[in-house]
Design a protein around this ligand. Structure first.
Ligand code: B12
Length: 363
């Protein structure tokens, strides 16, 4: 197949896969993936030549990153626009996971040793988005790495114990939700302190991985970038790798982050009271609408704390913009965010960095 024809066939497959996912039709989705892999063209035997194996790996990687991953991104957009429910999103993701398994199964004959090396791929503690880490794992496997894939929310102590047990050459940490960054930072510092380099990735680490760099981890934008970096040999942690994470972020010395974390419950409660006053429509909210609102305010305070942690107003402003879009799609006027931000501005008036971050988002 030439390059153009490959692209064409994937464009078609993308629509076919989207339709199959929309009907929660696992059998059809897997058939689309198999067809896109062109498995019919490959002899399903261990006795394959090097160039056929190379072709299988390349096709597998393309299907993972250019067919299945974009479908997941589309699911996210559909959920954000309120076009699909959380249950539908769960159903689709479960099918996508089966599609990844189909790729792994079809390409297995092309993966004969020896291994390039051994790495560990895991999500940070609290992170449920396992699919991005799974895609990274499968791509690395296809590039010849032995991969220990630990999946979602791995507590740091177990991560470190596992890396020591397996003597992995590097830890690849995935996170999609920025509020988990302080925990990710702890995981990065803990792995580095036992001499293991860390490569971070996923949306949580910010534009161009800016937060990964702040936490002294290497970063790659995607699975292919991860493979390239690992191929160059992950940089060993320096002599000063054993450290408390706080030492990377001198601004934490002002205690704003720890004070906000500690008083989070009180901040959420007071914000809820103030929002009710500034947004009288709330008095007619059903119990479940009220529950959502509490969740939203909890989220706002968590994102604010994280922005204070990394000292970046942009993190909070991006989150508030995203929340406004989510609320609009659900028929809730985004202006209901104003009383929440104003309330926090009042409550945190003695915290200059938090005030700056809130004011930037308010503006
Ligand atoms: C499926 C899904 C879920 C599933 C996850 C199930 C699973 N098994 O993964 C469930 C239902 C659990 C879930 C929960 C939530 N989700 Co969700 N979810 C998604 C969705 C639709 C798809 C995730 C996915 O599979 N992505 C596919 C891959 C390709 O994503 P990727 O990040 O681009 O990965 C590539 C790169 O980032 C990079 N990469 C990733 N990791 C790593 C690691 C290394 C080392 C390297 C080098 C590279 C790398 O390489 C990957 C491949 O090239 C996304 C939408 C999206 N755009 O991702 C929302 C999304 C991530 N979720 C979102 C939200 C808000 C949530 C919840 C907070 C919802 C809620 N209120 O409960 C919770 C949070 C739970 C938690 N604590 O983690 C938001 C996040 C927005 C934000 N501002 O933070 C998103 C973006 C949806 C949206 N459009 O708004 N979610």
């Amino acid at each position: 197949m030439n390059g153009d024809r490959q692209n064409d066939s994937l464009t078609e497959s993308r629509e076919e896969l989207w339709q199959a996912l929309g009907e929660f039709d696992e059998t059809r989705a897997i058939a689309v993936v198999r067809r896109a892999l062109g498995t019919a063209e490959f002899k399903q035997t261990h006795d394959i030549d090097v160039s056929t194996a190379e072709q299988m790996r390349a096709a597998g990687e393309r299907v993972l990153l250019e067919l299945i991953a974009p479908a997941q991104e589309r699911v996210g957009l559909a959920w954000a626009a309120d076009d699909i429910t959380v249950a539908q999103e769960h159903a689709v993701t479960a099918i996508s996971e089966r599609c990844v398994a189909a790729v792994a199964d079809a390409t297995a004959p092309a993966l004969f040793g020896p291994f390039t090396g051994r790495v560990l791929v895991a999500c940070v503690d609290g992170e449920w988005h396992a699919m991005p880490a799974l895609l990274v794992s499968e791509v690395l496997r296809m590039r010849g790495w032995r991969v220990d894939y630990l999946g979602a929310q791995v507590p740091t102590e177990y991560l470190v114990a596992h890396v020591q047990r397996t003597r992995a050459q590097a830890v690849l940490l995935s996170s999609s939700i920025p509020t988990l960054l302080p925990g990710a930072h702890n995981a990065i510092a803990s792995c580095q302190s036992v001499g293991v380099p860390v490569l971070a990735g996923g949306a949580a680490f910010g534009p161009q991985g800016c937060y990964a760099r702040l936490m002294r981890a290497e970063w790659a934008p995607d699975a292919r970038g991860a493979a390239t970096l690992l191929g160059m040999g992950p940089g060993e942690p320096g002599e000063d790798a054993a450290r408390l994470p706080d030492m990377d972020l001198p601004h934490l010395g002002d205690q704003e982050y720890s004070m906000i974390r500690r008083s989070k419950l009180q901040l959420v409660k007071q914000t809820l009271t103030d929002v009710e006053e500034g947004f009288p429509e709330m008095r007619r909210y059903t119990a479940s609408q009220m529950e959502r609102t509490v969740e939203d305010i909890d989220f706002i305070v968590s994102y604010l704390a994280t922005a204070v942690y990394v000292d970046d107003p942009g993190l909070f402003t991006r989150f508030i913009t995203w929340t406004a879009d989510i609320l609009s799609a659900r028929g809730v006027p985004p202006r209901c965010l104003h009383p929440a931000l104003d309330s926090l501005l009042g409550q945190l008036k003695d915290f200059p960095r938090a005030v700056g971050i809130l004011a930037a988002a308010r503006a």
